[in-house]
Design a protein around this ligand. Structure first.
Ligand SMILES: *Cc1c(COP(=O)(O)O)cnc(C)c1O
Length: 499
């Protein structure tokens, strides 16, 4: 398929801008560009066809099943979009007066209240824009808390699990803490004996996902919380897997002190293309003074932004955060109302149904009741037929499914991490299970078809290391000797190259 630049014809127009009715501004000579910008020139129907054709090459939750473990790719109800597009929400300006944005502030306050309820904790900040930013913010709160107690220098270590998402160790390091990793035991829980050995007066806290990225609820969570609290440390809950327990069990009741919630996972947002997302944090009362400012507060019947927070770690995001995300998640939560726990119940049911259908075709390293996701291993296929988790994932695309998360968590070799979510019908789950089992048979009978998959896609397998290390982000402009057969620059671009 041609790029829009290749389709461009000089002088062709898609629309006309209105004539200026104001005098043109005088742009200083040194700021003026010397050559016209490189913009594609096309008529409107060509533009529409171009982008419509591109959109059909995209895979999204609206086109098919997307069991990307840990990412919670659930269907996004259309009512969310309708509400986010209400002019009063859509056209908000960040510098509007508080009087003029009472509805928006009320929505934020109500969303905070809902997240406080779901977490079983006491105060919330909506500012962080993603799970990873919530983690960093939470660790900054941890530091502020210990600084006030005069323990910040002494407590320099944060413990994570060896099943942790990569953002956990990264956040620990970015927040200036030393990292220590706790091992997973034979049942898939955090190894409590190992934890006991690790925790001491230097420990600031634990970061844990529960259920873990193995999709297993930790059977010793209360004992673990006690170990850390007795040592004077705090517990951080990575809420990315909240879809498993929402409305059923609460991180605050499990003993966690700080929680981030991935709004784009549990509470539905179109995500997966890099955002926008939301990673609000919710904390126990003793941490509230340190939360980012401004806080959205309610005074009688009015809502306002409270900047008067002397102990706050400060702002972690511009203005009030990703507002459209708040509207969608609030709409989603209110659509369920008091039946919110059904979301998690069905998510867990769907995962266990798929697990039961797949456990004969693939190895199941931890054979326990799963939560909202589960992790299989392609280890046997690898050993017997030389077929890897990557081959299985690529072949699934030929069957019309988005592959699951693979090679994660790291503790499972040839991992296939499958999260169906609550929004899939039984027929879809069955079709996916049939495809997975067919692929396991193909591994035996026709392994070559797996090794060369996917078939009939615009691109097959990329050299992912090279693609990341030597990314070509401008088509046709870069010389890349390593890559050999790079497409030549389209003629009209070639002409502009020297300019
Ligand atoms: C997605 C995820 C994160 C990071 O969240 P982002 O919103 O992508 O930054 C952290 N932990 C787990 C377990 C996750 O699945």
């Amino acid at each position: 398929m041609k790029l829009i630049f290749e389709k461009s014809q000089p002088g062709r127009r898609g629309g006309e801008l209105p004539r200026y009715d104001i005098p043109p501004a005088k742009v200083p000579e040194e700021l003026r560009r010397e050559t016209p910008p490189r913009l594609p020139e096309l008529a409107e129907p060509e533009i529409v066809r171009h982008f419509t054709a591109l959109s059909t090459r995209n895979f999204g939750i609206d086109t098919g099943f997307y069991p990307l473990g840990s990412c919670t790719m659930k269907y996004n109800p259309r009512v969310n979009e309708r509400l986010a597009m209400l002019p009063g929400f859509r056209d908000l300006h960040p510098y509007q007066d508080e009087d003029a944005i009472q509805g928006a502030l009320e929505l934020m306050w109500r969303l905070q209240e809902a997240l406080i309820e779901v977490s079983g904790l006491h105060a919330c900040s909506l500012q962080p824009a993603a799970g990873a930013q919530g983690e960093l913010t939470g660790l900054m709160l941890m530091r502020a808390y210990f600084a006030e107690r005069g323990e910040a220098d002494q407590r320099d270590t944060v413990i994570t699990a060896d099943t942790a998402h990569g953002t956990n160790p990264a956040s620990v390091t970015m927040a200036g803490y030393k990292l220590a990793k706790a091992e997973t035991d034979a049942r898939g829980n955090v190894d409590v004996a190992h934890l006991r050995e690790m925790v001491n007066e230097r420990t600031a806290g634990l970061m844990l996902t529960n259920p873990s990225t193995l999709g297993l609820f930790d059977e010793h969570i209360e004992e673990i919380a006690a170990i850390f609290h007795e040592a004077g440390a705090l517990l951080y809950y990575d809420g990315a897997n909240l879809n498993a327990v929402c409305g059923i069990s609460r991180p605050g009741d499990m003993g966690f002190d700080i929680v981030h919630i991935n709004l784009h996972k549990t509470f539905s947002q179109p995500h997966g293309g890099g955002g926008p997302g939301g990673g609000p944090i919710v904390v126990r009362d003793k941490l509230e003074p340190f939360l980012p400012a401004p806080a959205v507060v309610k005074d009688g019947d009015r809502f306002r932004l409270d900047y008067d927070r002397p102990k706050s770690i400060g702002k972690v995001r511009g203005f009030t955060g990703p507002f459209g995300v708040f509207v969608r998640s609030y709409a989603f939560i209110r659509s369920y109302g008091p039946r919110l726990r059904e979301m998690s119940e069905v998510a867990v049911l769907n995962a266990n149904y798929l697990l039961a259908r797949l456990k004969d075709g693939y190895e199941l390293p931890f054979d326990r009741l799963a939560m909202h996701e589960f992790v299989l291993s392609a280890r046997r296929l690898k050993r017997e037929h030389g077929i890897s988790a990557l081959d299985v994932a690529k072949r699934l695309m030929d069957y019309g499914f988005h592959p699951p998360t693979i090679y994660f968590p790291l503790v499972v070799p040839e991992a296939l991490m499958i999260e169906p979510t609550e929004t899939e019908a039984k027929e879809t789950l069955d079709a996916f299970a049939d495809a997975m089992l067919a692929i396991a048979r193909e591994a035996e009978e026709d392994p070559e078809v797996l090794r060369s998959a996917p078939h009939g896609r615009p691109v097959g397998r990329l050299d992912e290391v090279l693609a990341a290390k030597r990314a070509i982000v401008k088509y046709g402009f870069e010389e890349h000797p390593d890559l050999g057969s790079e497409p030549a620059a389209p003629p009209q671009l070639e002409a502009q190259k020297g300019a």
